[in-house]
Design a binder for this molecule. Structure first.
Ligand code: NAP
Length: 250
């Protein structure tokens, strides 16, 4: 039986904009108490104003790994439980392979991968006490096929898929489901930046997307709501493409 959403608590990292905002919006519309995390306080404030009283903002830079245990402690003290974690915060960097510095590579890996490990570890400690929970990692097409000029991003997202499976086999027997969503090309600031400056790449994206258009952030929100709900109670360890067929396009 579906648990009462009014008692559910979710964390969405990067919930102040783009895909994260759409996921938070879908959760709030379904009466899930949703904590959004990001670095930019103004962005978070605008999001909480938009989403209303079921949405709570906590500013935190998740690439500062030492701040993560404190972040989780403060959420548990305030809400008493964590039912859903969506690891969505991420950065991209498009550069020729030989131009990427070690520092830049490390920054992308720390933000997109190490923070997902650290935050999940702390949240899982709480979920194990509860005996249930759902974790959703936001992956990418960059983990499914080779994309040029995004070496660190591709490495981070491919590791996310592996970590999703490893977490799922270890944690599912304890009541914690772990899944990933691999968005295709979704209209956000991140894709606008990556594609508008590169018409050839844009053409290629549409050329191999059978549906022929970019997805909306709400499409990812719907998938996240489903995977986090009891409707998906027998689903764990999957990487679900939400991509208009891009991953199987010719
Ligand atoms: P976006 O609009 O740039 O959103 C990224 C979010 O992450 C922002 O809200 C940002 O908030 C937050 N963030 C970044 N670094 C952070 C940090 N160190 N600490 C805390 N929050 C941080 O991009 P998006 O397109 O919605 O991307 C969201 C996720 O989807 C990413 O993981 C991305 O890789 C993935 N994705 C997107 C697409 C697409 O087509 N858009 C496709 C595949 C995968 P602050 O700036 O306030 O920190």
């Amino acid at each position: 039986m579906e648990r009462d959403n009014q008692k559910k608590v979710a964390i969405v990292t990067g919930g102040g904009s783009g895909i994260g905002l759409a996921i938070a919006s879908k959760f709030v519309a379904n009466h899930i108490h949703t904590v959004i995390v990001g670095r930019d306080e103004e962005k978070l404030k605008a999001a909480t104003n938009q989403l209303g009283e079921c949405c709570y903002a906590i500013p935190c830079d998740v690439s500062n790994l030492s701040s993560i245990p404190g972040l989780v402690d403060s959420i548990v003290s305030r809400f008493g439980q964590i039912d859903i974690l969506v690891n969505n915060a991420g950065i991209n960097m498009k550069k020729d392979f030989t131009e990427v510095t070690d520092e830049e590579f490390q920054q992308v890996i720390t933000t997109n991968l190490c923070s997902v490990f650290s935050l999940s570890r702390e949240v899982v400690k709480q979920m194990l006490k509860q005996g249930n929970g759902s974790i959703i990692n936001i992956s990418s097409m960059a983990a499914q096929y080779g994309l040029p000029k995004v070496i660190a991003y591709s490495a981070s997202k491919t590791a996310i898929d592996g970590m999703t499976r490893a977490m799922a086999v270890e944690l599912s027997p304890k009541g914690i489901r772990v899944n990933a969503i691999a968005p295709g090309f979704i209209e956000t600031d991140m894709t606008a930046k990556a594609l508008n400056a590169d018409p050839e790449r844009k053409q290629k994206v549409f050329g191999r997307t059978p549906m022929g258009y970019m997805g909306e952030t709400a499409d990812i929100g719907e998938a996240a709501l489903f995977l986090s709900s009891d409707a998906a109670k027998y689903i764990t360890g999957v990487v679900l493409p939400v991509d208009g067929g891009n991953s199987i396009g010719f």
